[in-house]
Design a protein. Structure first.
Length: 190
């Protein structure tokens, strides 16, 4: 871990955001599995990062209840019900679109369930590759809108539909320990 990463984690701690560093995605998976109780319910947001580490399958295999709105065959009504349950879960797993060196976390959302989960779940864990770190908030917003969003639109076959309907910027957390960022020392997600 270099000095800028150490400073980023210190910035989070000063803002009531717990931060940790894992050298690679395997270490991050182990950290997630060891910090989430077997009895916990888990909500998830759509995330290339979470897909790349296959955390949902690992949690389901070990017996956690995961509110997975991405299971095949769900109706729109079932999907929305699961998203709402996920937003109120014991743990909510997501990834940021970008992180500023000062510690601001940027999240873009189409339907708002991601923002609801991040804002209201009992515990939130943000998994983030070092590729998402930017010098400042302006660069984080630019990265989110001009880099991550087009790639997500392509990945999800959104065509011309508007994907950015809500924006959440987290500058700090009021409740110590509720929000945690696991920073991974490799490229993950968009």
């Amino acid at each position: 871990m270099d000095n800028s990463t150490e400073r980023l984690i210190q910035n989070w701690q000063e803002k009531n955001i717990a931060g940790s560093y894992c050298v690679d995605k395997e270490a991050a998976v182990e950290e997630l599995l060891s910090s989430i109780p077997l009895s916990a319910t888990i909500g998830i947001s759509g995330s290339k990062t979470l897909d790349e580490i296959d955390i949902v399958a690992r949690l389901e295999e070990r017996g956690n209840t995961v509110f997975n709105q991405y299971k095949k065959g769900l109706s729109r009504e079932e999907n929305l019900k699961i998203r709402n349950l996920g937003a109120q879960a014991d743990y909510y797993l997501t990834s940021a679109n970008a992180v500023s060196q000062e510690g601001e976390l940027v999240f873009l959302s189409a339907n708002g369930h991601r923002i609801a989960g991040i804002s209201s779940a009992k515990n939130v864990i943000v998994l983030c590759g070092v590729n998402k770190i930017t010098p400042d908030l302006e660069a984080a917003m630019k990265r989110s809108r001009e880099y991550a969003t087009p790639l997500n639109c392509k990945r999800l076959n959104w065509g011309n539909k508007r994907m950015i309907c809500q924006v959440l910027i987290i500058e700090a957390e009021i409740a110590p320990g509720r929000l945690r960022v696991v920073l991974v020392g490799e490229t993950l997600g968009f």
